[in-house]
Design a protein around this ligand. Sequence first.
Ligand SMILES: *[C@@H]1O[C@H](CO)[C@@H](O)[C@H](O)[C@H]1NC(C)=O
Ligand SMILES: *[C@@H]1O[C@H](CO)[C@@H](O)[C@H](O)[C@H]1NC(C)=O
Ligand SMILES: *[C@@H]1O[C@H](CO)[C@@H](O)[C@H](O)[C@H]1NC(C)=O
Ligand SMILES: *[C@@H]1O[C@H](CO)[C@@H](O)[C@H](O)[C@H]1NC(C)=O
Length: 322
Amino acid sequence: MKFLASALLASVVSAASLIDTLTTAKANTLIALVKTAPAVLSAVPTFNGTLFAPTDDALAAVVKAGFNASDITALTNVLTYHLSATAFSGASFDGTGFLTTVQGNEVKASGSSAKGIKVSSAFGTPDANVVKTYPYDGGFVHVVDQVLIPPSNVVATAKAANLTSLVNAIVTAGLADTVSKLSGVTILAPTNAAFDAIADVAKTLTVEQLKQVLLLHVLPGNIHSTDIVKAKSIPAAATSATGQTLNVTFDGTNVLASGAGNKAAAKVLVADVLADKVLVHVIDTVLLPGAAPAYATTGLKVGSASGAALGVASALVAALVM
Ligand SMILES: *[C@@H]1O[C@H](CO)[C@@H](O)[C@H](O)[C@H]1NC(C)=O
Ligand SMILES: *[C@@H]1O[C@H](CO)[C@@H](O)[C@H](O)[C@H]1NC(C)=O
Ligand SMILES: *[C@@H]1O[C@H](CO)[C@@H](O)[C@H](O)[C@H]1NC(C)=O
Ligand SMILES: *[C@@H]1O[C@H](CO)[C@@H](O)[C@H](O)[C@H]1NC(C)=O
């Protein structure tokens, strides 16, 4: 009898629609905003997956900070970033995971079911804590104490992360526009100190040579640190935009990356920084292209700078590897 009652109760509880569940969760500001965004409102009645529901206080704080909730395009962009078609319960969770949102970018979940789950969004914005979870018919509503902000383009993100030498090098190489428009790639982003360490050589590079060094840091696909840790090394994915092979591995403690010209591997200092459609890992060493033979046989997929590449390889190798 007792069992029957709780089974019944469970079915009653789980038979809630998403909007009823948001009402139960007292997400009143969110409900009001959803009603003003037609694209979101039309999706909600049949939406299956995960909804991160900011508290009224969290939404009030972003409005106070200048977010214009009457701008329906901006509002839709933010609200769709809170929806994922993947049903993430948060139960038995421990570690790091990524959910692709309806907005197109990922959010990062970290922590554990036992100690609390954090959700990270654009670089420099506060992590949101999951304060309560409500299962509903088609998935899960996680109430969060911060609004999730969609990531900015990678150049703006690099500026926000103080990667000024990298940004300057990108501008010098004439790549600002190209890099701003990159999508579905991973960028290994050297720190200012990493650029300082090659400053003498970097000064002597032609624009084309600098371009080849920078493009070596661009890998196709969103390669999360968790993918590398799981796979230990990812030879298949580690072909840079220049067509050169990088070694990207996990040594048990650190995620490491090296180009053929690097004597010591670069260490990932900050992993999984979310930029718009681009994943960034901050590294402590500038990656270097291979010496002449490897470079010549690999060929270049970007640009037609074998000669320039050879030049950069020998200059950098001479200066750094000897
Ligand atoms: C959501 O899931 C329910 C039940 O699992 C299913 O009937 C419905 O078609 C799904 N809705 C969408 C939009 O996929
Ligand atoms: C907010 O957005 C609306 C709609 O785009 C616009 O009319 C209004 O001027 C904006 N308010 C501010 C303060 O920018
Ligand atoms: C960037 O540099 C500024 C000024 O030095 C500093 O206040 C800020 O905390 C730095 N931000 C990061 C993310 O390192
Ligand atoms: C990658 O590592 C292997 C084995 O350690 C080594 O033989 C190879 O030269 C490395 N390749 C690059 C591009 O660093």
